[in-house]
Write a protein that binds this ligand. Structure first.
Ligand SMILES: [Zn+2]
Length: 68
């Protein structure tokens, strides 16, 4: 599998099925480029969530939908 940043982005947004997630995780374990990219994006993403969370404090926690 080659580097696929579109797929990485989908992975970060929980838009991939479990098979695709496994492919990403396997690729991440071997690919430093994607590993760093996903760390960077995850940091930015969490920062966004953190800022949004502070802005609307009454929202409470949102549990992600469970998938089997
Ligand atoms: Zn890669």
């Amino acid at each position: 599998m080659k580097c696929d940043f579109d797929k990485l982005w989908l992975y970060l947004n929980n838009k991939l099925d479990s098979k695709a997630q496994m492919e990403i995780l396997e690729h991440l374990s071997k690919c430093e480029v994607c590993c760093q990219a996903i760390c960077q994006v995850a940091r930015d993403h969490e920062a966004d969530l953190f800022i949004q969370g502070r802005q609307k404090q009454n929202t409470g926690s949102q549990a992600p939908p469970e998938s089997d």
